[in-house]
Design a protein around this ligand. Structure first.
Ligand SMILES: C[N+](C)(C)CCCC[C@H](N)C(=O)O
Length: 288
């Protein structure tokens, strides 16, 4: 089994992650808290109240876990294509796989990575939603002191299953949309690359960027539900399940609730995924 894809997936994911985390924090706050009037208001208030560090809350765990998550995504995707089409990463330029195969391989990668991602994503969302400024004498203490404390508290208070809160919504969010992610990327690369050649850096950047945006547009409705389910159970349980969360969110806030965070997420998705795909492609070419 080719392991290069797993390692390339890990490094490229980490590069994208650091770049996108500040945007991600704003997105999560907009999706789960109703006190912000918009992106600018949220940014200004995070900066004033929590300083620049506020934007980087909850980042350490994703950095540690991206090794597993992105390497599973890219590794499973590439190896699934190998199974479906009997072509390696290099050979696929000359013999491009069908879109059906790309979609299926993407969905498989998305499905499997969702399970690895679920507990890490939950902890990230809980930490991102802590609005208290960094420890200053006399200031209110945040609920969780850090990622390990957060994980241990969830385990104690909500049981082992608590760590997988929102995992269903996350799996439903990622399975089809990872198919969309890879189809958009491969489709755009194919469109703008002469037969049999490797795509240029500019093509990879643009195709990666649009793959990020397209998949996030499709993923946003379930992303909102996922984030809300993850925050649920913290103090008291509001939702009886995913469907209940959807229905009561729409009842209270209208259909627009499904698009919360879409603008900031698209702005984040372009650079993050451009960098992710560029480093992935270059690492594989370098090793190949
Ligand atoms: C499929 N879905 C839209 C959920 C994610 C696709 C992009 C994943 C990337 N690591 C990022 O954070 O942007």
């Amino acid at each position: 089994m080719p392991v290069e894809e797993f390692v390339a997936g890990w490094i490229s994911g980490a590069a994208g992650l650091v770049l996108g985390h500040p945007f991600d924090t704003v997105k999560v706050r907009l999706q789960t808290q109703t006190t912000y009037r918009g992106i600018a208001d949220c940014m200004v208030r995070i900066y004033r109240h929590e300083s620049l560090l506020g934007f980087f809350k909850g980042m350490s765990f994703p950095i540690a876990s991206i090794a597993v998550v992105n390497s599973v995504l890219f590794g499973v995707y590439s190896n699934a294509l190998l199974l479906l089409t009997a072509t390696s990463h290099q050979e696929r330029r000359a013999q491009p796989p069908s879109y059906m195969h790309i979609f299926l391989a993407g969905c498989t990668g998305g499905f499997l990575q969702a399970y690895c991602l679920a507990p890490f994503d939950l902890i990230k969302v809980r930490l991102q939603n802590q609005t208290e400024p960094r420890a200053q004498p006399g200031s209110p203490r945040p609920r969780y002191k850090g990622p390990m404390h957060c994980a241990a508290s969830i385990f104690q208070e909500e049981g082992p299953r608590g760590l997988f809160r929102g995992a269903w919504a996350l799996t439903l969010r990622d399975t089809p949309t990872m198919g969309i992610y890879f189809i958009t990327y491969e489709g755009l690369c194919h469109q703008y690359t002469p037969e049999g050649q490797n795509p240029s850096s500019a093509t990879v950047l643009v195709a990666g960027g649009f793959a990020g945006i397209a998949s996030w547009v499709a993923a946003t409705p379930l992303d909102v539900i996922k984030s809300r389910m993850q925050m649920d159970g913290l103090r008291y349980k509001v939702y009886r399940g995913m469907l209940d969360c959807m229905v009561s969110s729409v009842r209270q806030e209208g259909l627009g609730v499904f698009f919360r965070g879409l603008t900031i997420n698209s702005a984040r998705a372009f650079p993050v995924n451009a960098v992710t795909f560029l480093s992935y492609e270059y690492l594989l070419r370098w090793w190949g």
